[in-house]
Design a protein around this ligand. Structure first.
Ligand SMILES: Nc1ncnc2c1ncn2[C@@H]1O[C@H](COP(=O)(O)OP(=O)(O)OP(=O)(O)O)[C@@H](O)[C@H]1O
Ligand SMILES: [Mg+2]
Length: 347
């Protein structure tokens, strides 16, 4: 296996609020490879957005990276690579600003998060290009038009002088993708980029992203609720629950041989064509309040295979195969004495 582009090790991101501390990322390990697609899935509030934003060091206050490493292998002009720990960079410093938007860029569910209403599409894209590259205004404008054409915008030379609020949802999303890709990033983070679009536009945008990914050999971190999309685009899948990656494997393994009861439950909850509503099998129970995290394995109150010790012991990462890991006591070799001792200790 080649060296990963981004290796996240034991990442902890906490929100310090008046009501208490929310562990949005609680010991997250992830590997993202050049040219590959990693899908990050999990129910609402499990920490997908916060974790992925941390790669750009844009965590909303009062959130903080409290520990962990995000090792980014940066390619230098001479072809060699150097490793930068993104977690250690000053969020406002010039090092992360050089990477953010150029080498690692992000598209959001809501285009207005990254597009301004006050400036034309062209001004925004050319400004991004000129921030990172030493090119003339005219060159940047030509490149912006080319980029808009590439993302499927008809008559880009005309659209470039429009304001985003005059565009349809699909066009805005395409514009945002053009902006994210205008500096040829090595990694693109897409946080539910198509959820707000109709299915036809959604499919077109997905195809477009995959095509551009291949063309530029980009790593893609794709966040979605839609397991149908995951099946279509992922190479690797990471399943997240309450701030932890509970299972990680290649896409075929996740769909055909999932190990974690949470992954299994997520897969069972996907509606299939011609299924009646009463046949759907939603995951039982509610996602816990982040301030009142269950003891032991956080999934235990909802787990169909819960055991007594799950209430007391936090599972470690177990490797089922070298590239298939799971955090679940069902797969951990644990002598009975240890289990009892730990249980007593926690009671
Ligand atoms: N500004 C904030 N202040 C306090 N807590 C926050 C803040 N932003 C996020 N959190 C908490 O961090 C946790 C993770 O949130 P995050 O937005 O990453 O979830 P998500 O998996 O992206 O969910 P969704 O699928 O709904 O987008 C949540 O419990 C949330 O309450
Ligand atoms: Mg989110």
């Amino acid at each position: 296996m080649s060296e990963p582009l981004l290796e996240v090790k034991d990442l902890n991101i906490h929100f310090f609020t008046d009501e208490g501390v929310v562990k949005a990322a609680d010991g997250v390990d992830l590997i993202i490879e050049r040219g590959k697609t990693l899908c990050l899935v999990g129910e609402s509030g499990c920490g997908k957005s916060v974790t992925s934003r941390s790669f750009l060091n844009i965590i909303p206050s009062p959130g903080k990276i409290v520990s962990g490493q995000m090792l980014y292998r940066q390619q230098l002009p001479d072809g060699t690579t150097t490793t930068i720990d993104l977690a250690a960079l000053d969020p406002k410093g010039k090092d992360i600003r050089r990477i953010r938007g150029k080498e690692i860029s992000m598209i959001f569910q809501e285009p207005m998060t990254s597009l301004s209403m006050m400036h034309t599409v062209g001004d925004q894209i050319t400004e991004t290009i000129r921030l990172h590259e030493n090119v003339s205004k005219q060159e940047a404008r030509d490149r912006a038009i080319e980029m808009l054409r590439l993302v499927g915008i008809p008559k880009p030379a005309r659209l470039i002088d429009e304001y985003p609020f005059r565009l349809s949802g699909g066009m805005r999303q395409r514009t945002m993708i053009a902006m994210a890709l205008c500096c040829n990033p090595t990694m693109l983070i897409a946080d539910e980029p198509t959820t707000a679009l109709d299915v036809t536009t959604q499919a077109q945008i997905l195809d477009l992203m995959l095509e551009l990914q291949q063309r530029y050999n980009m790593a893609l971190l794709f966040i979605t609720h839609d397991l149908g999309v995951v099946a279509e685009i992922a190479d690797e899948v990471a399943v997240m629950y309450l701030g932890k990656i509970v299972e990680r494997a290649d896409v075929d393994t996740i769909f055909n041989a999932p190990k974690h009861p949470y992954t299994q439950a997520l897969l069972h909850s996907i509606p299939k064509i011609a299924m009646k509503r009463e046949e759907l099998d939603p995951i039982k129970g509610m996602i816990p309040n982040p301030y009142r995290r269950p003891s032991g394995c956080a999934f235990h109150p909802r787990c169909s295979q819960v055991m007594e010790r799950c209430k007391h012991i936090t599972p470690n990462v177990t490797a089922i195969q070298p590239d298939h890991t799971v955090r679940c006591l069902l797969y951990e070799d644990m002598p009975e004495q240890v289990t009892q001792k730990e249980a007593m200790h926690h009671d």
